[in-house]
Design a protein. Structure first.
Length: 289
């Protein structure tokens, strides 16, 4: 009986911790603490791309945290999505500073279709779902709004420097038909598992800002349906979104908010912040002016 139970446990639980390899655990206490034990902080790459929203990260991308992210993304250790989602939820809360107007919309940065096929899953979307569940569990209304799409193929980012990554991704993303109206339902937070140069988040922010600007100019709203906590577009209809002041969290020092009034959504570009699980250690802001 003991041998049979052990075999069943091996099918349900991973053979080792995703961070350090300790047997018989999804994530050991030490690796869990490395992932989400610290207070999330603002991160800013150097150079900082123009148009990058304010970004908060849960942990430096090093050692156990790096191993956990790679285990989930590249080796299909799907049970790690829950602790990764908890860490991402913490970064989301830090970025919003408790200021909410409407349900929180987590918009994951999409992976390319080829990468999703090769991995068998979309890591950012899976972690976003876990983060939304954690936010709701702790009293923050949240849902995943998976409206970003790749409009053209992009080269593999590996080996590209910051400037090359920006050029590679420029204009690569767009919001799916009807998604512009959905993005007006509440504060938008772009989410991803990792930020390195900030190129992906900058392009995602550009695509969302374009969609919000078009929707504001009268291109219409959208009807939508929910499946679990993922919002999907059904059709484009008459714009029925409410208007008014939108509180979107910390904004000091952003590179793209000239003339913004604190606490108000002055234009489409002011409604976005971003949250990631990890970022390079040197991107964590320390007394930066």
């Amino acid at each position: 009986m003991r041998g049979w139970w052990q075999d069943l446990t091996d099918l349900v639980l991973p053979a080792e911790c995703g961070g350090c390899g300790r047997p018989r655990t999804v994530l050991c206490p030490e690796c869990r603490a490395a992932l989400s034990g610290a207070v999330p902080r603002r991160v800013r790459p150097v150079p900082e791309p123009r148009g990058l929203p304010v970004v908060y990260a849960a942990a430096p991308y090093a050692d156990e945290v790096r191993a956990v992210l790679l285990a989930h993304k590249e080796r299909g250790a799907l049970p790690l999505a829950r602790p990764l989602g908890v860490a991402l939820a913490g970064a989301v809360r830090a970025g919003l500073s408790g200021l909410l107007d409407g349900p929180l919309l987590l918009v994951p940065v999409p992976s390319g279709r080829g990468a999703v096929r090769a991995r068998g899953h979309d890591p950012a979307r899976r972690i976003a779902l876990a983060a939304a569940a954690e936010l709701r569990r702790t009293g923050t209304p949240a849902r995943v709004l998976a409206v970003l799409r790749q409009r053209r193929p992009v080269a593999d980012q590996a080996g590209l420097d910051a400037r090359q990554r920006l050029e590679n991704l420029a204009g690569a993303l767009s919001v799916a038909a009807g998604g512009d109206g959905l993005l007006r339902a509440g504060p938008v937070v772009l989410v991803d598992d990792l930020m390195t140069t900030g190129a992906s988040l900058t392009e995602a922010a550009r695509a969302v800002r374009v969609a919000l600007a078009e929707e504001t100019a009268g291109y219409g709203g959208a009807a939508f349906a929910t499946r679990g906590d993922v919002v999907t577009t059904v059709y484009v209809g008459v714009n029925g979104e409410r208007t008014g002041e939108r509180m979107t969290g910390s904004r000091e020092g952003s590179t793209d908010r000239e003339g913004a009034v604190p606490g108000k959504a002055n234009s489409a570009r002011d409604v976005i912040c971003a949250a990631v699980i990890a970022a390079p250690p040197d991107s964590f802001e320390i007394n930066r002016n």
